[in-house]
Design a protein around this ligand. Sequence first.
Ligand SMILES: [Ca+2]
Ligand SMILES: [Ca+2]
Length: 359
Amino acid sequence: MPRSRSENKKREKNGVGQPRLPDPAPLATTRLLPMQLQVGDRLADETGEWEIIGRPYTTAGGKTAHVRVQRVGQPDVTDLRTWGAHERINIKPGRTEMKRVMGVLVVIGMGLWLGLAEQVVAASCPADSVQSGTVCMDKYEASVWKVPPTQTTLISKIKNSTVKLTDLTSPKAVAAGVVHLGLVLGDLAAAGCPVTGNGCVDFYSVSISGVTPSAFLTWFQAVAVARNSLKRLPTNQEWQVAALGTPDAGADCNTSGTGPDLTGVRTNCVSDVGAFDMVGNVSEWVADWVPRSTHPCGTWGTFSNDYQCLVGAEITGQTGALIRGGDFNHGAGAGVFAVFGDNGPFDGGFGSIGFRTTR
Ligand SMILES: [Ca+2]
Ligand SMILES: [Ca+2]
């Protein structure tokens, strides 16, 4: 960091080569890297004053940093802030900032300066996901929940990826109308999230273990609930690289069952990066649209026994939306290469098609 003239003068007075202990950070504002932000820190901009409510994390190979914030005094107003990982952010002194300054003073007293302002903390994904290349991929197949807008704390936890199954199923949440959906045909639409996704605002996807993954949903419903959780569907490529290394159809993954297992119970059905159930259980919508494929399916030839249903092009009706991995009933045809382009984004009538999200 360039030094100011006055600081250089002070250094000269102290003698060249004598490292001078820096002044403690002023309390008016402090400039930090995004990854140094802590829950409770406050920042102000033209939209008002905001408090950090989640741990910062990075994407784009550590180049971009994100953190959840909540408007001070309005816990129902949250936002996701994004900066370049090396941008400096002005924060206002809060409880955590006082702690941070006290910590610095103690260090100075010991004759050490840790250079906290320059320290870069290792990037990490929220606990509901795994780092897969440049993205944080959900660890588990998605489950969809209706959460009424009165449940502001719960919604904040969903948006910052800290929600637990016990939060969603507590007597208080159930009494407030929180309900798990995507379990039978039509339940999402009946509850207010139509197959078009239009107006689907009180429904959220989460990545948690020990729960039936949601299905019976269209691509539009999937992207709407992902959006509401500040997430999205992975692209075909993002899904592929997160799936690599998952055992092929067999005992490890649910590929020869009668319905989906609870998320994460197949403890060996894990990919190289740590994502569960990317082979079998429920097939998974991904982001990409394609011309809707014709039948019969093709094959991968000697490369793989997985389904290869991305051939030809229907010229009437819906477009195609890609589905990956195969489901609980696909047997050997399930696998990390299994691909289906023969479903349109409105095909939401299946208990075997779900999704997972990323950010
Ligand atoms: Ca799956
Ligand atoms: Ca296979």
